[in-house]
Design a protein around this ligand. Sequence first.
Ligand code: IYR
Length: 235
Amino acid sequence: MTPDDRHGKGSHEPGSEKFIPYSLPRLNPDEMVALSQEFYREMATRRSARVFSSEPLPLEAVRNCIDTACTAPSGAHKQPWTFCLVTNPELRKDIRRAAEEEEFRNYHGRMSAEWLQDLEPFGTDHIKPFIEEAPALIVVFKQVHDTTEEGGKRANYYVNESVGIAVGMLLTALHRIGLVALTHTPSPMGFLAEALGRPANERAFLNIPIGFPAEGLTVPDLTRKSRAEVLVEYP
Ligand code: IYR
C-alpha cells in the first residue's frame, strides 16, 4: 500500500495536499543506542537559570534556534506561534516593571500557601532582575486564531500543544549552543502583548530570558525522576 492509497487519493488530485518522498538515513541499532545516549547526556546538563551574564549574544545563532523551534509539528500545520526577540533595553525595563507588579500581587495574595511552599527551594520572589540583566528575551506568543488578509478569522488547532512543542525545541537548540534560559511565566501575562504591540489574535505564552550563564552561577541541587518512575512499558 502506498501513502497515496492510504489517503484514498492520488497526490496530484485537485484538493489533495501534494505528497513528496521522504526518508531518513538508516542507522544500525548500536549507533542508535550510542547516539541517543550521547544526546541524553548533553540534554541532562540543561538547567533553568535565573542569573545571566549581560554579555551580548550572537543574535544570528539565536535566530537559528528560533528557526529550529519553528520546525515543530503543529495542528493542521498552522504554525500558530510568534517569537519576539527583545534586546531593546527600554523595552526590557518596561517589561520588568510590569512583570514585577503582577508578580508582587501573585506572591502577596494570589498564590496559595501550598504553592509558595513548593517554590521555596527555588528562592523565587516578585523581584525579576533577570528580565533586564539577560541580554535578550524571547517572548513567545500563541496565535489563538489565524487572521486572513481581509481581516477575517480562521481557526487554529491544538495551539497550546503546538507552541509547547516549539518551545521545547527552542530550549534544546539554545542549550546546544551553550546558552541558558528561563521559562518565565508571569501571570497574568497580558502586559507582554501590550508592551510589544502584538495583534489581537496573539496571547503571551512564555517569557524566556536567554543569555550566557553568569559567572559563578548556581542552580538548585535537583534530581530528576528515574526512568522507572516515568516510563510504563506495555510489551
Ligand atoms: N510566576 C512566578 C511564580 C513561579 C511559579 C512556578 I510553578 C515556578 O516554577 C516558578 C515561579 C515567578 O516567576 O516567580
